[in-house]
Design a protein around this ligand. Sequence first.
Ligand code: ADP
Ligand code: MG
Length: 332
Amino acid sequence: MSDKKRLGEFELIERFFAPLSGEGAFGLKDDAALLKVTPGKALVVTQDAIAEPIHFLPGNPPDTIAKKALRVNLSDLAAKGAVPTGFSLALGLGEEWREDWLEAFARGLAEDCRQYGLKLNGGDTFRTGGGPVVSITAWGEIDPDHYRSRLTAQTGDRLFVTGTIGEGALGLLAHAGKLPSLSPETGAAMERRYFVPEPPVAFAPLIAEFASSSMDISDGFIGDLEKLAAASGFDAEIAAGDIPLSPEVREILSGADIPAEKALETALTGGDDYQLLFTVPESHVASFLEKAQKTEFAVTSLGTVRQGDGKVVILGDNRVPLGFASTSWHHF
Ligand code: ADP
Ligand code: MG
């Protein structure tokens, strides 16, 4: 749209982002934001960036790009036991950026601001040499004694996971047209899970109350479990059949589009799950489960962790350990 007059940086911020701004952000007209913190609480802060063409592709719906950029951060906060209270946005736009792209992006962000009760507190807008880059920093308040790190699981704690695993990675395959046997509805639902993850944000208070260690699953269930196990110093042995899978993922595993082992490997190592992996001391498991059952979130027990140095073994049929080429997604 080189022939049309472009919005300038300040008009752009004013039109698309100022309406999302909250108290202390001065309508995004100042140099910074002034945020109040409840006395006695601490802030948990996290940042995640996504860039074209690594995390999304030209032509992907901009509203979903905005939502994913925000939600991957909300997933990290939930993993630490924090409910989000605000965020900032650094947005890089390429030479060829279009106003309709930005309008859809801002609409998606506005929808999620409503959904999660959040305001935009500031950011930066800049030009990139390539396509769009979206970096979000999000924060939430926490009682500092209830911050849940990856490092603090104890031998004998019970390992849990929220939700189901594999829809994100297999949703990407559905989007790439590699799962043609799926019904159009199932294929679309799977793609949606890839484009717009649904981290269990409202589960954070249970993590804060009960977990001994916690992390979110972004790069792959097995690889991320290995990270948790290495950080805390435990080994885990899990029956593949105990890992929670949705009916759609089971349908793909038993379908003809890709070999079952390949489909399982994608589900367990492909990433984009944005579920929580955490441990609970055995003495608290009963009260944890009682409270968890009153939420909208499913939790699955994956057994007890034992003394170790980060080994994770997934057992297939007849308890034979499964082998995987790679246990998670790597950038480099
Ligand atoms: P400065 O150059 O003084 O750092 P900017 O001109 O980059 O400030 O930004 C002006 C104001 O607009 C600031 O309040 C900043 O937080 C806000 N802002 C800029 N870009 C964005 C964005 N993409 N999202 C939200 N707020 C933004
Ligand atoms: Mg300034």
